[in-house]
Design a protein around this ligand. Structure first.
Ligand SMILES: Nc1ncnc2c1ncn2[C@@H]1O[C@H](COP(=O)(O)OP(=O)(O)OP(=O)(O)O)[C@@H](O)[C@H]1O
Length: 717
């Protein structure tokens, strides 16, 4: 066995040398070609192509590939080794494929193959379905041209030819810095299926915490750009993320995959820019503090919550109705008497507005109709014999036109939207609250989708504002209205919509089930995927988090951990409040001692508590960053942050403080919050409480059903 491993290693060394020599030769040739800065278009394109190739080759030179698959097509006598990397490389002269791009159809075998001796097939664009057998699947770790690891995950000739997770576990066991990474070398079959889904479909992914949803969506973008390179442009693809810090956190993945120029934004920023900043958003800190309040101040969340009401499709239909009424009644009813004896009949203006220009958006239609009226006046004026008469009557006509247009006011999306909040169909409380804000030209986040919707009806959507593909991350926090709005702006209904209902901590605005979103798309243009396997955290952490969630009292789909065992979750009772800071310092010290932990999150329940804690910790010399709402950058290291801001992020270790009944009550909303906090941890999860533990995990260890020995209790009194 050892011999076999060594000979595999030697073989791979030789192959690596052959490939890197060829890459370096090609690279050298490009580097020696002078850049072109002249005006000739053909030369400019050639230069650009060389630059793209240079970038690819430079990356490929350091890490040319990560996998090998020996595949024997039916009818062929020999297997063919396929080396799979982030970019394809071929021999300049012979055109032999040295490295196959991971997105190429044949490379799908590397991901979809899950063991066994049955035929493995893939779809070739030229030759249709190709069948054959996989003889070997090998993972290779190459860093800076050095072959570090060779792991066979399947070898048909071996005594145990089953696919193993060994390489995946090796990758998952690594520590994280402050950025999400690509996973091209270990994409799992269920993830690959999503990544390679056809465009012009709305893919809805419900995935447990850590199932790779964000990562998969980013890989899907890279795939779409490769597969449909003639039809899709990166600049026309957009990612909607929950906050700016999250965008910063994921910003490394697309460049690693060689993809640039994809728009990345948060919904609020995108809408405010479209509205030309005509309105301001209310202070998000206050809003979050309100919705994440604890104890008696905890607000009630139901369908009348402003976000649920204004985010509903019923509200969209209501606005539609109002727009129709506005459209039907906006024209003045009188004729325009330009001067005595010359009347433009109201019927004619109607005809121009409602028939001739009916395909234009409302305000454009108004502009065109008014322009037509002005032209009519000009033409009538030419019938006067003298310049002085024309002048005199022109003034008269313009005055009359001005008076006429006063009856036909030009609405802005905001002024129109405001009129809705006088209607009996809107709950009184909402009218009061909204009008108070509107007076200050302020709006809530849930007002933005309706405002853009009205904006689009008024002014239309420019073709350059249309998207080729839209990714919505943390989509459980999106409202159906937001998705319906984006659908209008996306060619072919091409979407990747991902989220987790168990992490729906913004239930005051988000969806409560996926039908709310799926039903917006035609049934045959939607695909639903469920990812239940969690890759982020150890088994112990996943078991614990599942137990917390199930105590929330609603039916849940438990996350299934990858078989990666680690330290037990620690439930630590403290003697009194004053001990908290010392306990955290001690915990950080212990974790850092191991040398294995890079990123640590200290998680409290509210932003205020975090600020106080952060001050106390830094006062004791701990170098920690306080993360607040609206923050744009994630710096890694030690962070102090409220639990609701941890969403989407991950840390080597998570320390949850104040895990008591006041901060985490036994209800679904709090269970989701604590679940989110717990599932951010990759390797270590510690929870601290003074006195009593939260009912979401109290006495967990004595509960026969769920006690698998995944947690230990300690008392630091
Ligand atoms: N196939 C895989 N191979 C290696 N690592 C993976 C794989 N899939 C996911 N991961 C890792 O699991 C972690 C979670 O991934 P990601 O953040 O994309 O999940 P998510 O479903 O969006 O999580 P959450 O909903 O909890 O925010 C990341 O560290 C990612 O690199």
């Amino acid at each position: 066995m050892l011999d076999q491993t060594q000979s595999a290693y030697q073989d791979e060394l030789k192959q690596l040398k052959k490939t890197t020599d060829e890459i370096d030769k090609q690279l050298q040739k490009i580097v020696e070609t002078p850049r072109y800065f002249g005006q000739d278009l053909t030369e400019q394109v050639l230069d650009l192509n060389r630059e793209v190739k240079r970038e690819h080759l430079q990356k490929a030179s350091a890490e040319p590939y990560f996998g090998r698959l020996d595949y024997q097509e039916i009818g062929k006598t020999q297997p063919f080794p396929l080396y799979i990397g982030k970019n394809g490389v071929e021999n300049d002269k012979t055109h032999e494929l040295l490295v196959i791009d991971w997105r190429a159809p044949v490379a799908s075998l590397f991901y979809s193959f899950t063991g066994g001796t049955e035929e493995a097939t893939y779809e070739s664009p030229e030759d249709g379905t190709i069948s054959g057998h996989v003889l070997l699947k090998r993972n290779l770790v190459i860093r800076q041209q050095v072959l570090q690891r060779v792991v066979d995950t399947y070898d048909r000739d071996s005594d145990e030819p089953t696919i193993t997770d060994e390489f995946l576990l090796y990758r998952l066991g690594e520590n994280k810095d402050n950025r999400l990474r690509d996973i091209v070398s270990t994409i799992q079959a269920e993830q690959d299926q999503i990544i390679r889904s056809v465009r012009n479909t709305a893919i809805v992914i419900q995935g447990v915490a850590g199932s790779g949803k964000t990562t998969v969506a980013l890989h899907r973008l890279a795939f779409l750009l490769y597969q449909y390179r003639d039809n899709i442009r990166a600049e026309r693809m957009i990612i909607f993320a929950p906050n700016s810090m999250f965008l910063d956190y994921i910003s490394g993945v697309l460049p690693e995959l060689g993809v640039g120029h994809i728009q990345q934004t948060i919904f609020q920023d995108w809408t405010l820019a479209l509205l030309d900043n005509a309105v301001k958003l209310t202070d998000s800190t206050k809003r979050l503090a309100y919705w994440f309040n604890i104890g008696a101040k905890k607000p009630q969340i139901d369908n009348q919550a402003p976000g649920r009401f204004k985010g509903s499709i019923a509200f969209l239909h209501y606005i539609d109705e109002k727009l129709q009424q506005f459209e039907a009644a906006c024209l003045p009813t009188a004729d325009l008497v330009a001067w005595e004896g010359k009347t433009l009949l109201n019927k004619t203006v109607h005809e121009w507005f409602y028939v001739e220009n009916k395909h234009y958006p409302l305000m454009k239609r108004r502009d065109r109709t008014v322009a037509r009226m002005k032209r009519w006046i000009e033409i009538e004026l030419t019938k006067f014999p003298s310049e002085s008469m024309r002048k005199e009557y022109k003034k008269k006509a313009n005055d009359r036109l001005r008076a006429y247009l006063k009856q036909w006011p030009e609405e802005s999306p905001f002024s129109f939207y405001k009129t809705i909040f006088t209607e009996p169909h809107v709950p009184d409380e909402l009218i009061k609250e909204s009008n108070l804000l509107f007076k200050k030209k302020e709006v809530q986040p849930e007002d933005l989708a309706p405002l853009i919707y009205i904006h689009n009806r008024f002014y239309g959507i420019e073709s350059e504002q249309m998207f080729d593909h839209v990714v919505i991350d943390e989509a459980q926090d999106f409202s159906p209205f937001q998705v319906a709005l984006l659908k209008e702006q996306t060619r072919g209904g091409s979407f990747t919509i991902l989220g987790d209902l168990s992490q729906g901590i913004h239930a005051y605005q988000g969806i409560w089930n996926w039908d709310e979103i799926s039903s917006l798309f035609e049934a045959d243009r939607t695909m639903y995927h469920q990812l239940d396997r969690s890759y982020r955290s150890t088994m112990e952490i996943i078991h614990f988090a599942n137990a917390v969630l199930s105590r929330g009292g609603e039916a849940i789909t438990p996350a299934i951990p990858v078989f990666r065992s680690g330290e037990k979750v620690r439930l630590i009772e403290l003697g009194n409040e004053q001990q908290k800071v010392e306990a955290l310092l001690k915990a950080v010290g212990k974790l850092q001692e191991s040398g294995l932990i890079n990123t640590i999150a200290i998680v409290d329940r509210t932003e205020r508590e975090c600020a106080i804690l952060h001050e106390a910790l830094t006062g004791k010399g701990l170098a920690a960053n306080l993360i607040e709402a609206g923050q744009r950058e994630y710096l890694g290291g030690i962070s102090v942050l409220p639990v609701y801001l941890t969403k989407g992020l991950e840390f080597d270790a998570v320390l949850i403080i104040d895990a008591d009944p006041l901060h985490y009550e036994q209800n679904f909303q709090d269970a989701k919050l604590l679940y989110v906090g717990c599932t951010r941890a990759l390797h270590e999860l510690w929870l601290f409480y003074v006195g009593e533990a939260s009912p979401l995990f109290a006495n967990l260890l004595y509960n026969e059903e769920i006690n698998n020995g995944f947690a230990i209790e300690e008392r630091w009194l």
